[in-house]
Design a protein around this ligand. Structure first.
Ligand code: DQA
Length: 149
């Protein structure tokens, strides 16, 4: 719909396997279920652009696209959050709010998940709340967009 704010929700590698992949950690909801949660949380107040890729450079392209096409960006960078200076740099070039998302809480997991290259480029972080974290992030993004308007 025209004139509504646009919120990009970007998902990184292996998140296409949600529902099947380590459900004891990531839950039983599929990525489509999570997309539906995001659309529901927006309540008709924003257009949600929801995407997933297994490729780091594609995430960089989409983040750059969001500079001109979106009013907020949510990203679950998955494993690339722990490794990617390119994602950090792309996010630093944005002036819109950025919320980093994780279904699990990486701080309670293996040491290699404790470092995030995304957190230092994000407005805020939601982790460990499962799929509901996406809905909370949509609400937070809408609040911030309204505050900035
Ligand atoms: C994740 C956490 C990351 O450490 C992991 O590599 C993922 C998913 C999460 O949503 O909990 O793939 O981002």
């Amino acid at each position: 719909m025209p004139d509504l704010p646009v919120i990009y929700v970007l998902n990184g590698p292996n998140l296409n396997l949600l529902g099947e992949r380590e459900p004891h950690i990531y839950g039983r909801e599929t990525l489509s279920d999570i997309e539906a949660r995001c659309v529901g949380a927006a309540g008709g107040e924003a257009n949600i652009v929801f995407r997933q890729t297994n490729h780091e450079g594609v995430l960089v392209d989409w983040i750059q696209e969001a500079r001109t096409q979106a009013q907020a960006l949510l990203i679950n960078p998955a494993a690339y959050g722990h490794t990617s200076v390119a994602l950090h740099d792309a996010l630093k070039a944005l002036s819109i709010p950025v919320i980093e998302l994780h279904l699990s809480n990486p701080a309670t997991r293996e040491a290699f998940r404790h470092r995030s290259f995304v957190s230092s480029a994000a407005t805020g972080v939601i982790a460990g709340l499962g799929a509901r974290g996406y809905a909370l992030a949509i609400q937070a993004a809408l609040d911030i967009i309204r505050e900035r308007a």
